[in-house]
Design a protein around this ligand. Structure first.
Ligand code: SF4
Length: 362
């Protein structure tokens, strides 16, 4: 199978994706040239910001790869006050970010639901409805998703982490709280309620094969997602999966596979939003810029108050945990121009795919 024959297509078989994931040298350049061209044509050389507020690292779950899992006792837990969250939201608004993303560990409780609703209302109020809001607070009941949607959240990111059930069960505890089917049901509810719905996977997990990754991309296409946030798996010392650290691909290879996943997805789903994940920068200082060049169009400057950032480490060596929100913005802006792209301020930067998907359904 010649790479050039594959790259003229708009959709790929599993075998073709696996072939693209193995592209090296000249073939790799051809893949990235094609994905950049698609991005230019459908998205332009633009990047939109989502000011990221990691408002709590308290989590009720125990995912085996995650640094803030409930079972990790070597961690200071924090929960930002409402005032601190609204202060960060105000920063995003005043700096014309267009959107913010509220993220936390996963808590399912009436008090948590109520708190998030209250925050959404307050953020809408302080910005006169002008800040777009992405939520990423895990699996919840459909009525909870609906309540938050009605309160003003319009995008939701729920990463599936792996779409291979068997692999999913190896990286999560075997109990009802970590049920693969529930994750899929939640994603479907989000779509049905009307959210721009995003998912994503980790790349370079122990036990993961190129066929698994190809299956992940086909799942995203089949599920008709609007947004994707995927990044390299980076091991965390205080997690059970660390015992497989010796079996992992070198970090550089995980990084390169991630770029290829982004490039292939951009060709397969031309008009979705794709995040350049912070985890890329943990491996390569200009990792996010490389992702922007070959297909990503969303960056998430961290606007969580600096003193808490060190405690929201899903993986080791997370970058920028010492920066202030201002530092984060100017650094990203300079980086984006390095990638020959331009930050668009004051716009939501919604997924074009979402509108088309909704129109198709009507
Ligand atoms: S991945 Fe999410 S749900 Fe799982 S332990 Fe980490 S924060 Fe909690």
């Amino acid at each position: 199978m010649k790479i050039t024959d594959i790259l003229v297509k708009d959709s790929f078989s599993k075998e073709e994706i696996v072939r693209l994931l193995h592209a090296e040298g000249e073939e790799r350049i051809l893949l990235f040239n094609r994905s950049s061209e698609v991005k230019q044509k459908y998205i332009g050389n633009k990047v939109w910001f989502r000011g990221l507020i990691e408002f709590s690292n308290v989590c009720g779950k125990d995912c085996l790869y995650c640094g803030i899992r409930k079972g990790n006792k070597n961690l200071t837990r924090y929960n930002l006050s409402d005032d601190e969250i609204l202060h960060a939201a105000k920063f995003a608004f005043e700096n014309n970010y267009g959107s913010l993303a509220l993220q936390s560990g996963e808590i399912e409780s009436p008090a948590f639901t109520k708190r998030v609703t209250k925050l959404l209302n307050a953020i809408k109020e302080l910005s006169g409805g002008r800040l777009g809001i992405t939520l990423s607070v895990g699996e919840q009941k459909p009525e909870v998703y609906k309540e938050w949607f009605d309160a003003g959240a319009h995008r939701y990111l729920l990463r599936v982490e792996s779409t291979n059930r068997e692999l999913y069960s190896k990286i999560h505890p075997d109990n009802k709280k970590h049920d693969f089917q529930r994750r899929l049901n939640c994603l479907r509810s989000l779509q049905e309620i009307g959210y721009q719905t995003g998912t994503g996977v980790m790349i370079g997990l122990p036990f993961q094969t190129p066929e698994d990754l190809a299956g992940d991309l086909l799942f995203m296409k089949e599920f008709d997602i609007d947004m994707c946030g995927m990044g390299p798996y980076i091991e965390h010392a205080d997690t059970p999966l660390i015992s497989y650290a010796g079996e992992l691909l070198p970090l550089r290879e995980r990084f390169d596979l991630t770029l290829k996943m982004i490039a292939i997805l951009r060709i397969m789903m031309k008009d979705i939003n794709i995040v350049a994940a912070t985890a890329l920068q943990a491996i390569d200082p200009v990792g996010r810029e490389k992702a922007v060049k070959i297909g990503a169009n969303i960056l998430m400057p961290n606007i969580t108050p600096g003193r808490y950032r060190d405690s929201y480490k899903l993986y080791d060596n997370k970058p920028c945990t010492d920066d202030s929100a201002e530092d984060c913005q100017s650094c990203l802006e300079a980086r984006v121009s390095l990638a020959d792209a331009e930050v668009v301020y004051g716009e939501w930067g919604d997924s074009q795919h979402y509108d088309k998907r909704r129109n198709r359904k009507q």
